[in-house]
Ligand binder design. Structure first.
Ligand SMILES: Nc1ncnc2c1ncn2[C@@H]1O[C@H](COP(=O)(O)OP(=O)(O)OP(=O)(O)O)[C@@H](O)[C@H]1O
Ligand SMILES: [Mg+2]
Length: 284
């Protein structure tokens, strides 16, 4: 029994399934050169991705469905998509809202959020909205090379912006993005605000045909991810294999138990040689 299974068992969330490992050999360095788009993007503009950069740093190429990483994410997304849009949709509240978190920083939340969004949006009939809700440490825009003036924080702090004012279109017809927006002294508080709760409700009702993926802060560092998780139908707990202490994972699963019915654990950065890629899939 691996670390995730043990943690999930103790928190009564266990229903696990073995997977090939989710690691990629390529880790991007945060200081690696990044080709940023020259101008600021606004709704209506189309964001083009630097596929060579993304591919070189372990991300899925939507035109290559045969790569190992694409295959791994196909396995991860399948139950999530079924819960969100398929037969189980009616049994799960806010089933189309998926929160990605981890116990501590650096476990692969952003990596997982982007790859999951790319993997789902690559399916012709699926729509995905990827939201950078890790507002204290945003990185989706940086990784994807997007320059934008407004995002989630701007929307939350004013009453003058519509949701459509902050949603950016991409070259993948099914993929839209909301960046974190400007930095704000109380950005983390805004994440736990009534307006954020109202936004989650709107996204689950008005956009129920769309899968919404939230990249969020780590669970054990602040309370924001926990508060957000209570608004979500499904939660992915990313765990850095061989690194995150089991007690942290245990603590995180306990926090999530009170938040969401569906918790999926992704054991990330597992070494291929250890044959240790798993995910635990819980529903209670
Ligand atoms: N499966 C993986 N294979 C290869 N590299 C990975 C994998 N998962 C994460 N990484 C790399 O590890 C680093 C940290 O990942 P990421 O930025 O996704 O973590 P995070 O949880 O979002 O961190 P933070 O808490 O700082 O936001 C990045 O350089 C990322 O590319
Ligand atoms: Mg991140």
């Amino acid at each position: 029994m691996n670390m995730l299974e043990k943690a999930f068992e103790k928190s009564k969330l266990l229903e696990s399934k073995k997977l090939k490992d989710t690691a990629s050999e390529k880790e991007y360095k945060n200081d690696s050169p990044r080709t940023e788009s020259p101008e600021y993007k606004k709704p209506g503009d189309i964001i083009n991705f630097d596929w060579d950069y993304l591919h070189a740093h372990g991300f899925i190429r939507v035109d290559d469905s045969h790569s190992r990483i694409a295959e791994e994410y196909r396995n991860i997304k399948r139950p999530l998509v079924t819960n969100a849009l398929g037969t189980r949709k009616r049994d799960i509240k806010n089933s189309n809202l998926i929160l990605i978190t981890s116990s501590v920083p650096g476990e692969g939340k952003t990596f997982t959020s982007i790859n999951l969004a790319l993997s789902i949006a690559a399916e012709m009939d699926k729509k995905v909205l990827l939201i950078d809700a890790d507002v204290a440490k945003p990185s989706i825009a940086k990784v994807l090379g997007i320059k934008s003036k407004i995002g989630l924080i701007d929307f939350l702090e004013t009453d003058t912006l519509q949701l459509s004012d902050i949603i950016l279109q991409t070259e993948i017809p099914g993929l839209r993005i909301i960046t974190a927006g400007k930095s704000h002294k109380f950005s983390t508080e805004l994440l736990a605000s009534d307006k954020m709760i109202a936004l989650s409700k709107e996204l689950s009702s008005r956009y129920s045909d769309r899968i919404v993926i939230f990249d969020t802060p780590p669970l054990l560092a602040t309370t924001q991810a926990e508060v957000l998780a209570s608004q979500m139908g499904q939660v992915i707990l990313v765990v850095a294999a061989e690194k995150t202490p089991q007690s942290f994972v245990l603590e995180s699963t306990k926090k999530l138990q009170n938040c969401s019915d569906i918790v999926l654990g992704v054991l990330n950065k597992a070494q291929r040689t250890l044959n240790a890629g798993y995910y635990g899939y819980g529903h209670y």
